[in-house]
Design a binder for this molecule. Sequence first.
Ligand SMILES: [Zn+2]
Length: 263
Amino acid sequence: MWKCICPVDYFDRSLNVTFTTSPLSVLCEMSLAELLKMLGLGAVAVALGLEGLDWLLTRRLWPRRVSRQPLKEVLFFPSPPACVEHLYNPGSRHPCLCPLPHGLNTPFSRLLEHLLSVCVSLDLCLFNFSNAELSRAVLLLHSQGVRVRVLVDRDYMATTGSQIGVLRKAGICVRHEQGFVMLMHHKFALLDGKKLITGSLNWTLTAVQRNKENVIVTEEPELVRPYEDEFNKLWEANDPTKHPAQTHSGNNTKGLLAPARDE
Ligand SMILES: [Zn+2]
């Protein structure tokens, strides 16, 4: 039993007696273990109180204080071949039997994940689009009601393996540049008008699996907005109804300086 000496006396009116102990002595009469237990409980109560106060201030009164930072992600290619079926069927209980490695988080699977997250609109401004897996994702989004717009290079949309014909056949709106620029060399995508994917990566199998490429994925409004403006400007400028009919032979129409191959 741990005791302390309390110099405080108190007077009991009912008995008309002065005691040398006071109500404070109750505390003093406690064992050390009891005192520590009480102090511990007090500390827990204070901590919970502070936590509750913080929650109230940050979540209820000033919710903007806890707004999350805009997404900023960098992906480097080439990406190792890996199965991505789980991204198309996230709830499937049937294991995929394809020969590719499974369960890998690769730069390409991250890119595809971002693409498949689109709910409302997808704007693509691409030089070369021949990657069948990315085309499959775009077709899926289109079938789900996502508004898809594709702007491409006039010559490369007709190269072997280009997915542009497949997209057009599915009813996706595709435009190519109508002017006399050498190349429409952009490689960017706008997802729901809020997320930007841009970098050196052409949407081809070679670029994804063999080339040294970089891609930035961001939701930073100061970066997304100019790309959105640029896309809308190019989309309007290349409206085929505003240009005289052009015939397309499938050959390179921009002269001898245009490269024959760019993946
Ligand atoms: Zn598989």
